[in-house]
Ligand binder design. Sequence first.
Ligand code: NAG
Ligand code: NAG
Ligand code: ZN
Length: 354
Amino acid sequence: MTEKLLLLKYILAFLVCSSFLQIVNNSPIRNVTPTKMVRTHENPWIEHWEIKKQRAISSWSYTDPEAWQHSFPTCGSNLQSPINIETASLSAYPKFYFGNYGNIDRMTVTNNGHTVLFSLPSSIPAESIPFITGGGLSNRYNFVQFHFHWGNDSSHGSEHRIKSKKYSAELHLVHYNTKYGSFSEATKYDDGLAVLGVLIKVGKKINSPFRAVVDQLNEVDEDGDETTLVNLISFKDLLPSRTTTFFRYSGSFTTPGCEEIIIWTVFDDSITISESQLSKFRLLKGRDSLTLVNNYRPVQSLSGRTVTYRSHSGCHITINWSHISSPIVDIYQYSTCVFSFYANSFLTILGVNL
Ligand SMILES: *[C@@H]1O[C@H](CO)[C@@H](O)[C@H](O)[C@H]1NC(C)=O
Ligand SMILES: *[C@@H]1O[C@H](CO)[C@@H](O)[C@H](O)[C@H]1NC(C)=O
Ligand SMILES: [Zn+2]
């Protein structure tokens, strides 16, 4: 009797498990087989991200993003970022895990003429480096740098748009796939980088944790300036309060050479900073001492790509294989959830709650 029940338990568990695997395999990101990218040219922007202090060989500007493709052919390709997110299909991604997303001391801030970029101090111990896992990523991705995009006023400034809505600014937290050992090695593969996009709104209240980000911007007001932060940056406060819902698509760098190697995550929840905090960015100077504003790329065509969305009520599968307390209940709940994802994945979300 108990043996029969046990057998039934395992058959059911197997069926449920295999249907889940099928769903995971159906998701576009998981389907990407890592292929080595052929680099057509050295990318000074990537080099800069490693803070090698190299200056751009070929210059580009935000005044004519359409012209980027003449010097950087990939910019004219069809998996480009940013995009306007109109519709998305549901996907059963697990939640993100944010490792070491606490306080980081003595970060380096660099004005590279195109943005202001915050990177880790070289003295940081390997075990303290912020990282992400989960969220549908197949590996651990270590943090490298974060930077911003903003407008000349608060009616625009974000790179991504949700249902055509422009936000006042956008934060990009750049991570590389640790299976490739280093950031520069990871940039050779199409699953090499994962960037978290956080949309920024302007509100009345000062965002206190954000003070550390803007307080020393005046020390890097010229192209090429660099400084060390005296205050801690709290990584978790850079994220929106809800990180369980997000959009996912395959895309590119939003700056030349526009390499198509980025697994993009755009959170639909945003963060809010004050107008006075955002205006500090607008005082920076970029290339040729011009005011550094409107440093965002216009939205690119989706070209047949699918955007997926992790909804708040995504399946949280926590099957404990060694001990299934009440298999019928566990499996019933699990199957219902998986079934609803099957059904939903054919629908598009029309009313994403913003
Ligand atoms: C802001 O930038 C836009 C686009 O370049 C320009 O048309 C507009 O005049 C600028 N506004 C101000 C207040 O400078
Ligand atoms: C599985 O359940 C048993 C009994 O409740 C528990 O002792 C064990 O730690 C659980 N394992 C995991 C991985 O959660
Ligand atoms: Zn960016």
